[in-house]
Design a protein around this ligand. Sequence first.
Ligand code: ASP
Length: 441
Amino acid sequence: MRKLELHWQILIGMLLGLVFGYIMTLVGGGKEFVLDWVKWLGTIFIKLLKLIAIPLILASLIKGISDLKDISKFRNIGIRTIAIYISTTVVAITIGLLLVNVIQPGDGISDATISKLTNTYANDSGVTSKIAEASKQKSGGPLQFLVDMVPDNAFKAMSNNGLMLQVIFFSIALGISMLLIGEKKAKPLKDFFDSLNDVVLKMVDLIMLIAPFAVFSLLANVVVSSGDPDLLLALLKYAAVVVFGLMLMIVFYSMVVAVFTKKNPFWFLKQISPAQLLAFSTSSSAATLPVTMERVEEHIGVDKEVSSFVLPVGATINMDGTSLYQGVAAVFIAQALAFDLSFADQLTIVLTALLASIGSAAVPGAGMVMLVIVLEAIGFPGDKLAIGLALIFAVDRPLDMCRTVVNITGDATVSMMVAKSVGKLGKPKVKNWDDHLDEVK
Ligand code: ASP
C-alpha cells in the first residue's frame, strides 16, 4: 500500500485533534484530561524542533557561505533578500489596511460587547504582560536592534533561542572568515560543518515522524484552552478580515512564484505544506524553521547557499502575516473605540508595522506585543491600551496560527525568488529518514 503523504498525515492529525479537543470541552474534566495527558506530546515536539534550530542555523549558514567561493555573491544575496523582504511586507500591510478601511469591522461592535470584552480580558495577564513586554522593548532607542544583533559571547548567543539573529551574525562572520583563509586551511572546519548540517537535517526527518501525533496534541490543547465561544463570534468580522487578507497574501505569493520562478504555484504550496501545517499548529516561525529549511532545500531545490541565509533571517525579520494583522488590528481597535485616524496615521501604521514585524520574535503571540508599539505610534492613549488589546485578545491565538503560516510561506517564496535570481534554484533532492537504515541495521 502506498504510504499516505506527510501533509495528509499531519492534516488528519490536526482534524482529529480539533474534534477530540471539542469533545473534551463538552465533558466534565475534559480540559484537565487534555492538559495532563495529551498536551505533553506537542510540548516535546516543539522542544525537539527548537533543540535543533540553533545547530541547524549554525551548520547550514557556515556551510552555505563557505561554499560560495566568492564573497561578492553573498553581498548580492544579502541585498536582494532584505530588499524583497521589505517589499513583500509593505504589500502585506497595504492589503491589510485596504481591507480594514473598506470593510470597517470595528464599526459594528456594540458597546455591550466592548464592555464584556474589556471586563473579561483587560486585566488578564495575557494582555498586561504584552503591554509590559512592549515597554521593555521600546526603551532601547531606534537603533537598539543593531546593537542587539551583535553578540558579545558566542556561546551565550547559542544557548538562547531568542538570540537567533546573534547566532546568524556569528555564523556569517565565521563563514566569511573561512572563505578568507583559503580553501585548504578551512577544509577541516568546513567538513565538520558539512557533516553537522547533514546530521541535523536527518534529525528533522526523525522528529517529523511524530508530527502527525504531535499536531493532534497541539490542536486539542488549543481548543480546550480557547475562550468563550460567544466572544469569539462577536469578533468574527474582524477575524474574517484578517484571514481574508492572509489568504490574499498566499495568492500573492503564488503569483510571485509563477511569474518570477516559472514554477507551478500548486506544486510550490504542496511541497511547503508540511511546514505550513506545523506553523499553524505551533504558532511559531522559529519552531517551524528546521522544517521550512528542509522542505525548501530538499523538496523545492533551493540551494543551501541561498536558503541557509534567507530562511533563518526571514524567520526572525520577515513577518508578512504579522504585519498585515498589526495593520488590521490597529485600525479595528481605533474604529471600535471611535478613535479617529488620519491618512498620516495610516502611513505611520505602514512604517511602524514594518519595523514592528522586523522586531517581533518568531514565537506565539509576539505580534501582539509589537501591536502595542504600533498603537502608541499613532497616539493611541496609553490608558486605553489594555482595553484595545482586550478587544482582540479572544481571537488572537487562532489568528496567530494563520499569520504564522503566511510568515513562513513568505520566507519560502522569497528564498525561491532570490535563488532563481542568482541561478541557484535547482532540482529537488528528497532524502528520507531511512535512506541508510539497512547499513546500520
Ligand atoms: N507567531 C508568529 C510567528 O512566529 C509571530 C506573531 O505574529 O505573533 O511567526
